[in-house]
Structures are given as structure tokens and as C-alpha cells.
Write a protein that binds this ligand. Structure first.
Ligand code: UDP
Length: 321
């Protein structure tokens, strides 16, 4: 297959490209390196089937050209990370909405299937555990910029589903829950790379709030396998799927586990949300996916445990110093 990946030099995109290259597919990556990096794809350049272009998906004529060359499109290019969203709300909204409009429009013109990466953030502060795909979105007010991310990705989902219903463009929507692994950067707020780097540097691990909020983390290898398997299933078209792990942990316990597994002597420091982000910042208390829908279609089962994930990330950062 010829596979086009927007955001292919990002954390998830580069792992997806690698997994597909190992299956001998031809890979075309478009990335403007806004949050991705050349370092992420450096090792992929050795594959003769790997092609990339450093360009924004806003370049519509080039986007059409590359989509035309491909059989399937993975749309992963987006502004992500709570830090980035809070600091750059204009960029978040414009990249996520305009970018997806262009990708769907071009894919529709060329008749190519689209796998759209969305996010568990769309469930917002709904208190339900676990989240099912047809649960309500419960978002905060527009004066809290965090929610612009969930809104922008929800519009992306609406638009993709509208293309399917109105124009029969085959689309598959994946709501990724917290995805982690080697090459993820802590620069945009993601907690595991931040904690691991702090632990290895002997600095205090910055737990935001009281640390009782919880997340469930899934390894990027399990996630990319699910993305590939779903793209091959006709029954997945026009559907939304949660993808993530159900192994829940509080952020305080996560900090303690990172300290233990990395053999660090770091301490835990509690940082109020308004100091970490902005006045009135709202966090989700818990976020666990119901994965029964995706399991039915592709027998999805995360293989790498949280300890396994943390060990991989610790090794990755150790190898970088
Ligand atoms: N978090 C933290 N310290 C950090 C970075 C994040 O305590 O240095 C917390 C954050 O407030 C949230 C959780 O860790 O409750 C997961 O944050 P992340 O940004 O990785 O993902 P998301 O909030 O999108 O689930």
C-alpha cells in the first residue's frame, strides 16, 4: 500500500510510519516540524520506500498531489499538548480545523480513505468511567482556553462523519487516550516524558493539583498496531473508536512509580494548577476508555503494561544523554 501520513514526523506518526515500513508499505510523510522533529524520522530515511516533505498541510496543492499518490491517508497533523493549547489557542484552533478541512476536501476529491486521529479530550469533564464512544461531551466555558482543543477536534469528527454520510468518503475516527512511548517530548505538557526527565536529572517531579487525578496510559506500539488493523476493516468505516489502555493510575502514584523504576532520589513537588497553567485551569479527574467496540472489530488488547512503558521511556531518555 501507499500510505500518506500527515504529522508523520511527530511522536505517533513516526512510530506509525516505522511499523508500516516494516510491513513493506510505501510511506509518504508531510510534516511542518511545528511539534514533530527530523530526529524522529532520521532512522526511517534508510528505507527506500520512505518519502517525506517538510511542509504544512495548509499547502493545498501539494497536499492534493501527495494524497493523489497514496491509497490511504492517516491524518495525524494537529496542535496537541495542554501546554501548547493554553499558550497558543489561535494556532490550536486554526491548525486543527483548517488543516482537517483541507485534508478531507483533498481526500474526497481523490477518493481516498481517511483515518482521522481524534482525542479522548472530546469527552471533556464528563465524570463517567469508562467513556463509551456515544457518551456526551461535557466541556467547560469558552473563556477557558483548554476546551478549544476538545472543540476543535469535535468539529473535525463532525466534518469527517459528514463527509461519510453526505459524500460516501470512507473515514475512520480514532479517539486516542493518553499515548506514550519513546520519542514523546515533554515540551508540550505530557506527563510521562516530563516525570522521567525530572527523575533522571534528580529534580523534583512536578505533580499538578493534589495528584489524585488519574489517567490510563497506552504504549504507542499498541496504538499504532490498532491504527493499522482498523484501516484494513471495512466495518470500521463511518465509525468512531476509543483506543487506549484501561490500566488506571493516579498522577501521584505515577510520580512515585517513575522514581522507583528509574532508581532516582528525586522528591515529589505539588504545583497548583493555576501556577502550572493558567488561572481557572480545569483538569479531568479521571479518563478511562471503554474499548469493547474496537475489541469487537480488531481484537485490540494493549500488550505493554504501564511498568513496561515506563521502562521503555526511561531507557530512551537514558540513551539520549
Ligand atoms: N501533569 C502533572 N505534571 C506535569 C505534567 C502533567 O501532574 O508535569 C498532570 C496533568 O495535570 C494531568 C496529567 O498529568 O492531570 C496528564 O497530563 P498530560 O498533559 O500528559 O495529558 P492530559 O491532561 O491530556 O491527559
Amino acid at each position: 500500500m501507499k500510505v500518506f501520513i500527515t504529522g508523520g514526523a511527530g511522536f505517533i506518526g513516526s512510530h506509525l510510519a516505522e511499523a508500516l515500513l516494516k510491513q513493506n508499505h510505501h510511506i509518504y510523510v508531510m510534516d511542518d516540524l511545528s511539534t514533530g522533529s527530523i530526529e524522529n524520522i532520521e532512522h526511517l530515511k534508510a528505507y527506500p520506500n520512505f518519502h517525506y516533505i517538510i511542509e504544512s498541510i495548509m499547502n493545498y496543492s501539494l497536499l492534493c498531489e501527495w494524497i493523489d499518490r497514496s491509497d490511504v491517508v492517516y491524518h495525524l497533523a494537529a496542535a496537541v499538548g495542554v501546554r501548547l493549547i493554553v499558550d497558543s489557542p489561535v494556532r490550536t484552533i486554526e491548525t486543527n480545523i483548517r488543516g482537517t478541512e483541507k485534508v478531507l476536501d483533498a481526500a474526497n476529491m481523490k477518493g481516498k480513505k481517511v483515518i482521522l486521529a481524534s482525542t479522548s479530550e472530546v469527552y471533556g469533564k464528563n465524570n463517567k468511567i469508562p467513556f463509551k464512544e456515544d457518551d456526551d461531551m461535557v466541556l467547560g466555558p469558552t473563556t477557558r482556553s483548554r476546551w478549544s482543543y476538545a472543540c476543535s477536534k469535535a468539529i473535525d469528527e463532525f466534518l469527517a462523519l459528514a463527509y461519510w454520510h453526505e459524500k460516501k468518503l470512507p473515514v475512520v475516527i480514532v479517539r486516542l487516550f493518553n499515548t506514550v512511548g519513546p520519542r514523546q517530548t515533554g515540551r508540550y505538557g505530557m506527563v510521562i516524558p516530563r516525570f522521567v526527565q525530572q527523575a533522571l536529572a534528580g529534580e523534583a517531579l512536578t505533580v499538578y493539583g493534589d495528584g489524585s487525578q488519574s489517567r490510563s496510559f497506552c504504549d504507542v506500539e499498541d496504538v499504532t498496531k490498532a491504527l493499522i488493523d482498523l484501516s484494513l476493516q471495512d466495518k470500521a468505516v463511518g465509525e468512531v473508536f476509543n483506543i487506549g489502555s484501561q490500566e488506571e493510575i493516579s498522577i501521584q502514584k505515577l510520580a512515585e512509580r517513575v522514581i522507583r523504576l528509574s532508581g532516582s532520589s528525586s522528591k515529589v513537588e505539588f504545583v497548583p494548577y493555576e501556577k502550572a497553567y493558567a488561572q481557572g485551569f480545569e483538569d479531568m479527574h479521571a479518563r478511562v476508555p471503554d474499548i469493547s467496540k474496537v475489541k469487537k472489530i480488531i481484537q485490540f488488547e494493549p500488550k505493554i503494561s504501564l511498568d513496561g512503558i515506563l521502562k521503555r521511556v526511561i531507557e530512551y531518555f537514558k540513551s539520549k544523554v
